[in-house]
Design a protein. Structure first.
Length: 162
């Protein structure tokens, strides 16, 4: 299914953690090629965000989860083709050797290292909300080059960037 230019696509971010570590994907392709991101992907037709999060986790890691915790929503808006509504979920899992992934390389990253690795700027904020067990609604505005113009947490009204 093709989405009209400028319309938002729906996706999930699936954050797997074990204590103070996240199982992150070093992406092999765009968007965010070469950066560390959570697992995730687009919702399929007639699929709920939670169903998509569980499916994407299984497809990308082989990890079968019966449930994930919902944390928030991030809306990303740009004047180019990058426009998303992302439903963010997480699950606490046992620390296992990183399984193979068709989207890149999975690695355990300690929370102390999150600022030292290449990751989308938005993701660092998401990790902090999850570590602080705080729900969120993020509104992110980009320019034509996909640089963040502003990022606001709508529940509190706090401007995080911009």
């Amino acid at each position: 299914m093709k989405v009209a230019f400028g319309l938002k696509k729906a996706a999930t971010l699936c954050i797997l953690k074990h204590k103070d570590e996240f199982l992150l994907l070093k992406r092999a392709k765009e968007p965010h090629q070469g950066k560390y991101t959570p697992l995730g992907g687009k919702l399929e037709a007639h699929e709920s965000p939670l169903e998509a999060a569980i499916r994407e986790t299984k497809e990308e890691s082989g990890i079968d989860l019966p449930h994930m915790d919902f944390w928030g929503v991030m809306t990303e808006t740009s004047p180019v083709k990058y426009n998303w509504i992302c439903y963010v979920y997480s699950a606490e899992i046992d620390k296992i050797p990183p399984p193979p992934c068709p989207e890149g390389i999975l690695e355990w990253v300690h929370t102390d290292q999150l600022l030292d690795i290449s990751t989308p700027k938005t993701d660092w904020f998401i990790y902090q909300y999850i570590l602080n067990e705080q729900k969120f609604i993020l509104d992110v505005q980009y320019d034509e080059s996909l640089h963040i113009l502003s990022m606001k947490e709508e529940l509190s009204g706090q401007l995080l960037i911009g």
